[in-house]
Design a protein around this ligand. Sequence first.
Ligand code: RTP
Ligand code: MG
Length: 137
Amino acid sequence: MSQRTLVLLKPDAVRRGLIGEIIGRVERKAGWTVSAMELRTLDRETLERHYAEHVGRPFYEPLVEFMSSGPSVALVVEGERVIEGLRALAGPTDPIAAAPGSIRGDFGTIVRENLVHASDSPESADREIKIFFPELG
Ligand code: RTP
Ligand code: MG
């Protein structure tokens, strides 16, 4: 089933010059295409919507500080089972637990600075795409 997912290349990925490397991995998957893309520094309001489920948790403030510390790249990727596929390509949240071959396993350092975000369900994907690309609603 063809799906859409919202991917963020977080500020650590942009700072470390990994935009091409990460998008290359996405594009090499047969049948997946990038259908929207924008580079911008995310503001608090956008992050509060995006990370609504985490507001009030101990890691929320440091997460927002990090996520607004420089530009991110927001992407919509389309393709067959792309939601599950991009979570697998990213690897587990904690890079220490992420296997080599995954983006977080190959490049991750600490849990907060884990390079990428990918929507975790079709409902999240719809919600998050509206935040970053309202014109795609
Ligand atoms: P994401 O939402 O960014 O795709 O990551 P995820 O689903 O793998 O992880 P999630 O639990 O949604 O956490 C969101 C982001 O918050 C940071 N985090 N820090 N204990 C901590 O310090 C901690 N836990 C989570 C990470 O940047 C994580 O990706
Ligand atoms: Mg998440």
